[in-house]
Ligand binder design. Structure first.
Ligand SMILES: Nc1ncnc2c1ncn2[C@@H]1O[C@H](COP(=O)(O)OP(=O)(O)OP(=O)(O)O)[C@@H](O)[C@H]1O
Length: 271
């Protein structure tokens, strides 16, 4: 079966003064339709670069990314992108922000309103639909961004540290909302995070990357029931997978990354 996303021999080299810097040194990865894949790894291992190439925002130096067997050659509404910054229009209400992409696609007003309402309800913003972003908390803004990305019905959702700027409790809450949304409206999701617990809680598969050059270090299946909750986080099975991911991230050979980089990137999450 054709994978939803096929990454083949992907290389990305950036010019660095007179030198070159290899951000991705040859990445191969297939992602099946409906999978939830998280990417973790030390700072600078190329997570965002990989994500940006899949989104069509960057071009590879060599290799290719195919979505449904077709080469990616630029951004597309089929691939919804959510970054850490909220990127909402400050002058539009939650509802109008969510409707925006539908308007651009020429969807009639009545259908726009109905679809926007469905996703606003799904992310739990029913009572805030007519507020402007400045009246919302960070978590609510990010839920608006999620509803907006979902409303245009993309095949893929590409999320780069979407909860990185939020406090721990809001973060856990949004992880649960995202999982519920994913279970009700199944899409293929590629999600970048620094947080090992988040990576395991959300994913069907965790891809651990290493730096210099950026590459896949280990792929770990998350063999846990699809319905996840607080009990999941406290279970021994969850702890075992988390430990495995943790080890893969930390025990990357010295030289794959500098000590300082690794400390900076992951120190905040050290137990
Ligand atoms: N436009 C660019 N020009 C030069 N170097 C770049 C460019 N973009 C990224 N890099 C370098 O490529 C490497 C990979 O960057 P990338 O942002 O993909 O890493 P990351 O794993 O997402 O890091 P972080 O977790 O810190 O966000 C880094 O060393 C970065 O400095």
């Amino acid at each position: 079966m054709t994978p939803k996303i096929a990454v083949n021999g992907l290389k990305k080299v950036f010019p660095l003064g007179k030198e070159e810097f290899t951000a991705l040194g040859g990445v191969d990865l297939d992602i099946a339709d409906g999978e939830f894949v998280t990417l973790v790894g030390p700072s600078g291992c190329g997570k965002s670069t990989l994500m940006n190439i899949v989104a069509g925002l960057e071009t590879p130096t060599a290799g290719s990314v195919l979505v449904d067997g077709q080469p990616v050659d630029g951004p597309s509404p089929e691939r919804g992108v959510i970054f850490q910054q909220y990127a909402l229009f400050p002058w539009l209400t939650v509802r109008k922000n969510v409707e925006f992409g539908l308007q651009v696609s020429g969807i009639p007003a009545a259908e726009r309103r109905e679809r926007a309402q469905h996703f606003i309800d799904l992310v739990g913003l029913t009572t805030h639909a007519d507020q402007l972003p400045k009246a919302l908390s960070g978590g609510m803004k990010q839920r608006t961004a999620l509803a907006r990305a979902y409303a245009v019905d993309p095949q893929l959702l590409l999320m780069d540290e979407p909860f990185g700027a939020l406090d721990a409790l809001t973060r856990v809450n949004l992880q649960d909302r995202l999982l519920r949304t994913w279970q009700e409206e199944r899409r293929t999701i590629l999600f970048v995070t620094h947080d090992v617990e988040e990576a395991v809680y959300l994913a069907t598969r965790v891809v651990v990357m290493a730096a210099r050059p950026g590459r896949i270090f280990e792929v770990i299946n998350v063999d846990l029931p699809a319905a996840r909750n607080e009990e999941t986080r406290l279970s021994p099975e969850f702890a075992a997978i988390k430990n495995r991911v943790w080890r893969a991230v930390y025990h990357q050979p010295v030289g794959a990354n500098t000590h300082d980089d690794a400390d900076l990137a992951l120190g905040a999450h050290h137990p």
